[in-house]
Design a protein around this ligand. Structure first.
Ligand code: CAO
Length: 451
């Protein structure tokens, strides 16, 4: 197979530009115009694209090397003959590296901050006439700019990270992609704040989204008040709910399930099992019905991990439990392998432990899907918030006897309101409607669970 020499193209008047980043390694497959290395002069940095497609055979440069036009960058093994070097300078920046699994590229509070004014500003001076790559231009009117390669700049810009607030850990305090990720994580976890948020008071990070500051009111002006610290569970669940609400594009589909026969069966079973001391609950049936739906629609039992979906082959179902200290979500593990009686018993034990504040971390971990039931309390429909990293949650409210048209006349049927919230990055409305419809069919005729 032909070996192709990839050389430094025409980069204008710049001489002895230093190699500051190697973006490929031997064995990598590269496309035409894919960035191979980043070079930097004392005025600007830019990425050198590949003139041809192929597999990297050998890198001919290392970090710190000084390069000039025509210098050999690497040898490619490939069929395509290289284009003329000058024509290889792309007119648009190459794609930024993908976000790592630990920091999904989803919208986040910091992602919504206005991009740093400096990065998209038109550069007064270009490395090469056709190159639009250089972003780090000390001569730009926006003043001193942080030290980072174009790909890191693009990455930061996409996340809305203000680069001038990121501390660089690379040579000469150069900001690396890892620095941008660490900054984002610190802001997300509340361990750090952007200057924009701090300047405006920082309540809940809303200012970082460009929102008005949280209203500060002297309530005592209007009447007597009492202040109480938020409890530990409320603080933890509040922070989690807030993150999930802001980061997940939620949609909720509402539907109704006819549970007339199922409720009659449940009541009958409870009568027959009175002596066992185990009360069969509607929630136990719902857990089993959801397992059947998750088997049929596996994306509802998945999690986003960077650009991959993780499909779980286990069926661990969380259920929201209201306690005097706040909301907790115990998990019924391997619900597919358990019967209704066992699930009812476990739920009752776990709900008791939850109310007594005795649940351990293991009791609340590993859920692939969650059910939040307000059936014992009331209401019609609501919008449950997805319990990340899950991608869907089912809310159920109080069932009511309603007139349902059977084609000839109205029949009194016991109808259970369902509210399914789902992550639109993973699930579409049609799938959600099918999931609810299937759930309705199973609840209407529980024999379908066996199919
Ligand atoms: N429709 C009508 N009645 C229902 C029902 C429904 N969907 N679900 C339960 N009920 C009835 C039960 O049959 C029971 O009636 P009886 O006492 O006459 O038998 C009564 O309501 C109480 O049920 P329960 O709430 O004790 O039991 P459960 O299995 O339904 O729920 C638990 C257990 C732990 C989920 C519940 O106690 C709880 O904490 N729910 C709140 C969850 C919550 O807060 N979700 C919101 C999260 S978002 O903030």
């Amino acid at each position: 197979m032909a070996l192709i020499e990839v050389k430094v193209p025409d980069i204008g008047d710049f001489k002895d530009v230093a190699v500051i980043e190697l973006l490929v390694k031997p064995g990598d497959t590269v496309k035409v115009e894919q960035s191979l290395i980043t070079v930097e002069s004392d005025k600007a940095s830019m990425e050198i694209p590949s003139a041809a497609a192929g597999v990297v055979k050998e890198l001919k440069v290392k970090l710190g090397d000084k390069l000039n036009i025509g210098d050999l960058v690497l040898l490619l093994e490939g069929a395509a003959a290289p284009a003329a070097p000058a024509a290889t300078v792309p007119s648009a920046p190459p794609a930024a590296p993908t976000a790592t699994p630990s920091m999904p590229a989803a919208a986040s509070p910091v992602a919504a901050t206005p991009p740093p004014a400096a990065t998209p500003a038109p550069a007064p001076e270009r490395l090469a006439p056709t190159a639009s790559l250089p972003q780090h231009q000390p001569g730009a009117p926006t003043g001193a700019l942080p030290h980072a390669s174009p790909s890191v700049r693009k990455f930061a810009r996409e996340l809305g990270v203000p680069l001038d607030e990121v501390k660089g850990s690379g040579p000469k305090s150069r900001i690396t992609q890892e620095d941008v990720q660490a900054f984002t994580k610190a802001v997300m976890s509340g361990a750090a704040s952007t200057k924009a948020a701090t300047a405006k008071g920082g309540a809940g990070g809303g200012e970082a989204l460009g929102l008005l500051p949280w209203p500060k009111v002297d309530f005592a002006k209007f009447g007597p008040v009492e202040r109480k610290d938020l409890g530990r569970i409320r603080k933890i669940s509040g922070a989690n709910l807030h993150r999930n609400w802001v980061m997940i594009p939620h949609v909720t589909n509402h539907d109704d399930a006819d549970i007339t026969e199922l409720e009659a069966f449940r009541v009958q079973m409870n009568k027959e099992n009175e002596k066992s001391g185990i009360k069969i609950t509607m929630l136990a049936f719902l857990i089993k019905a959801c397992v059947a739906a998750l088997k049929k629609f596996p994306e509802f039992n998945s999690s986003l991990d960077g650009e991959q979906l993780v499909f779980k082959q286990y069926f661990h179902i969380g259920f929201a439990a209201d306690t005097p200290n706040g909301l907790v979500v115990p998990v019924i593990k391997d619900a597919d392998k358990k019967g209704i009686l066992q699930i009812s018993q476990e739920m009752s034990d776990m709900a008791k432990k939850a109310r007594e504040g005795k649940l351990g971390p293991a009791d609340m971990q590993g859920a692939g899907f969650t059910i939040s039931s307000l059936g014992g309390i009331g209401g019609r429909y609501f919008t449950p918030i997805i319990n990340a990293p899950e991608v869907a949650i089912l809310g159920v409210c109080k069932s009511q006897t309603e007139p349902v048209w059977d084609g000839k006349q109205f029949q009194p049927r016991l109808m259970l309101p369902l509210s399914l919230s789902w992550d639109h990055r993973v699930i579409d409305g049609a799938s959600a409607a099918r999931f609810n419809a299937f759930l309705g069919q199973v609840l209407a005729d529980f024999r379908r669970v066996l199919l």
